[in-house]
Design a protein around this ligand. Structure first.
Ligand SMILES: Nc1ncnc2c1ncn2[C@@H]1O[C@H](COP(=O)(O)OP(=O)(O)OP(=O)(O)O)[C@@H](O)[C@H]1O
Ligand SMILES: [Mg+2]
Length: 285
C-alpha cells in the first residue's frame, strides 16, 4: 500500500501584496511575495532599507493586514496575532517596572486570571518560566530590573518572554541590531541553541549578511521599489554552526553572492558612485 502524505508548509505566503497610501503617494511595500517556510526551518531575510522586510514580518505576526494575497500557518489563513507566533523586535520592549522574572511571566499572568485556569496550569507556567530563565542564563538576574541589565541580557529576557507561550514560530526583526559585535556572536550561538531545544520555526530579519548566513538555513534576499523577493540562497553549512565557519571559503562565497544581489537591487549603485554624487551635490555652484 502506498501512503501518500501531503506535507503542509509551516508558513505559506501566497502572492502577498501590501500597498501603503499616504495622500496621493502610494508605496508598494510588498509586491507579489510568495514564500514557503517549513516547520523547524530557520529563514533569514536581508535586503536594502525599505524593501519590505519589517512589513512582511509584521504581516506574518498578524500585526499588518495585506492588501492582497494571504498568509497561512499550518494550512490555515491567519487573521491577526496568535499565541503560536511570537515576535521579538530590535528594541527590547520590556516593562521597566517589572523584574526579569516578572517580565518573562507577564503574558502568563494575564491568562492565569482566566476562570478556567487550574493551579496545575499555574505550576506548569512557573516551571516553564524557570526553565527559560536557565536556558537564557538569567537565573542570577531574575530579580533585577531592565535598567540594571546590559543590552544582551535585556534581549535574552525579551526572547525568554516570547518563548513563554511555547510558540511554534518565532518572528524576529533585527533583534540584535543594537548590540555590540561580541555580544551579538554570543547571542547567535544562544539563539541556535534555543532553536534546537525548542524546535521552533524562525523567521529573522537582519541588515548583517554574516548574521543572516551564520543563522539561516536559507537567506531570502529582498529588493525595494516595489518590495519583492529577489533571490533565495540556501546555506549548505553543516549544523552545529561554529564561529570559525565565517572564515571558510564557502561562507565568504555566499557572502559575496548575497552582497552583490543587495547592491544590485538597492538602487544606490556602488558606494563609490554614491560618494561621488554626494560630493557633487555638496560642492558650491
Ligand atoms: N505604516 C506605514 N505607512 C506608510 N508607509 C509605510 C508604512 N510602513 C512601511 N512603509 C513603507 O513601506 C516600505 C517598506 O517598509 P519596511 O519597514 O517594511 O522596510 P524594511 O525592509 O523593514 O526597511 P529597514 O531595513 O529600513 O528596516 C518603505 O518604503 C516604508 O516607507
Ligand atoms: Mg525594518
Amino acid at each position: 500500500m502506498v501512503v501518500s502524505q501531503i506535507v503542509t508548509a509551516k508558513i505559506r505566503i501566497g502572492a502577498a501584496q501590501k500597498v501603503f497610501r499616504d495622500g496621493a503617494r502610494e508605496v508598494r511595500a510588498l509586491n507579489d511575495v510568495s514564500l514557503e517556510i517549513q516547520a523547524n526551518e530557520f529563514v533569514t531575510l536581508v535586503g536594502a532599507s525599505g524593501c519590505g522586510k519589517s512589513t512582511l514580518l509584521r504581516a506574518i505576526g498578524g500585526l499588518e493586514t495585506l492588501t492582497a494575497g494571504k498568509i497561512e500557518v499550518d494550512g490555515r489563513s491567519i487573521a491577526g496575532p496568535g499565541v503560536e507566533r511570537a515576535m521579538v523586535f530590535q528594541h527590547y520592549s520590556l516593562y521597566p517596572w517589572l523584574t526579569v522574572s516578572e517580565n518573562i511571566r507577564f503574558s502568563r499572568q494575564f491568562s492565569v486570571n482566566r476562570r478556567d485556569v487550574t493551579s496545575a496550569d499555574v505550576e506548569i507556567a512557573s516551571g516553564r518560566a524557570d526553565a527559560l530563565l536557565r536556558l537564557m542564563g538569567l537565573q542570577a538576574f531574575a530579580r533585577a530590573y531592565p535598567n540594571q541589565l546590559s543590552g544582551g541580557m535585556q534581549q535574552r529576557t525579551a526572547i525568554a518572554r516570547a518563548l513563554m507561550s511555547r510558540p511554534s514560530i518565532l518572528v524576529m526583526d533585527e533583534p540584535f541590531g543594537a548590540l555590540d559585535a561580541q555580544t551579538r556572536e554570543l547571542m547567535h550561538d544562544l539563539l541556535l541553541h534555543v532553536f534546537k531545544m525548542e524546535s521552533t520555526t524562525i523567521v529573522f530579519v537582519t541588515h548583517d549578511v554574516d548574521e543572516a548566513i551564520y543563522l539561516g538555513q536559507r537567506v531570502v534576499v529582498m529588493a525595494p521599489n516595489p518590495g519583492r523577493i529577489d533571490s533565495i540562497v540556501p546555506v549548505p553549512l553543516p549544523a552545529p554552526r561554529e564561529q570559525d565557519m565565517k572564515l571558510s571559503p564557502q561562507f565568504l562565497q555566499l557572502k559575496k553572492q548575497i552582497l552583490e544581489r543587495i547592491r544590485a537591487t538597492s538602487g544606490l549603485g556602488s558606494s563609490k558612485d554614491l560618494l561621488e554624487q554626494l560630493t557633487r551635490e555638496a560642492a558650491p555652484a
